[in-house]
Design a protein around this ligand. Structure first.
Ligand SMILES: [Zn+2]
Length: 280
């Protein structure tokens, strides 16, 4: 499933191909994804110039010259590909196609259809149902240790669940929550409200660093792969604890012989990976 760094990589990959370009042909190839496409989707986008491509949480925001904003979410399996020209034919799961005045063709493919696309205006963006409750952007200036501590205050859930709550901090998923808690040395089972002060500072820093490193890895993939497949957003990245049950944790002084290595527990129905020796 694409997480924040994958979505950021998609935005950075799309930007040079879309910004300043006119969408000369837009094709919606089925009526719905997770939700229906907005009415008159093709007509509302055709002929518009793209002003910017940016990200908010895990949403791709494409700003158009008439004040409209295209919101795209990749869901579980969505991907964007860039081709220098129109392919001979499209695949079964190619659901939306955007062709620019440079001849570039951006295709949105989503086999499982948990993604969606919607249109709103820049003025109404903050009120959009999917965006209005989002917490601060973890890589933005409004996010810090004290801000995080304030948002965790009074929360009686485990810290793992609190960090997945998009109203507390936006865009974090299962992988980067595990990685950030490991780096910060905080147990995923800790009561959220007990994480404050210097620990919240450490956690906020860890969140920014694990996301930053993953975005860097995505950036290098972008340079390597763009010509080959044109596909954006999925890349190999080394995780310290995520999906490494029983392995020694890198950079940790715990004794894997004694501890059994990285542990996996289930919280709210989802796997959590952590080091019981390092994370308290
Ligand atoms: Zn360890």
């Amino acid at each position: 499933m694409p997480e924040l760094p994958e979505v950021e990589t998609v935005c950075r990959g799309l930007a040079p191909h879309l910004e300043g370009r006119v969408l000369v042909r837009v094709e919606q190839r089925r009526p719905n994804l997770r939700m229906p496409f907005p009415p008159n989707f093709e007509e509302r986008l055709t002929g518009r110039r793209v002003e910017s491509v940016r990200r908010r949480a895990k949403y791709i925001l494409v700003q158009l010259d008439d004040g409209a904003v295209l919101i795209a979410h990749l869901g579980m399996s969505g991907r964007m590909t860039i081709a220098p020209e129109r392919p001979e034919s499209f695949g079964k799961h190619d659901h939306a196609v955007f062709e620019t005045d440079a001849g570039t063709v951006v295709t949105f493919n989503d086999a499982r259809r948990f993604g969606f696309m919607d249109l709103t205006s820049a003025d109404a963006l903050g009120d959009h149902a999917m965006l209005r409750s989002l917490g601060p952007e973890p890589l933005g200036n409004a996010f810090s240790g004290p801000v995080l501590a304030g948002r965790l205050a009074g929360k009686t859930t485990p810290i793992k669940a609190a960090l997945l709550d998009q109203t507390i901090v936006a865009g974090l998923g299962n992988i980067y929550v595990a990685e950030a808690l490991f780096q910060a040395g905080i147990s995923p089972t800790r009561l959220a409200s007990s994480v404050g002060g210097a620990e919240a500072d450490r956690l906020a820093t860890a969140i920014r660093e694990v996301l930053g490193r993953a975005i860097e890895a995505g950036g290098s993939t972008l340079r390597d792969h763009r010509q080959a497949s044109g596909e954006l957003g999925y890349f190999q990245h080394q995780f310290a604890v995520y999906d490494r049950e029983g392995e020694a944790c890198p950079g940790c002084s715990c004794d894997v012989e004694k501890t059994g290595g990285v542990r996996r527990i289930v919280q709210s129905g989802r796997s959590t990976f952590y080091c019981a020796a390092r994370q308290r």
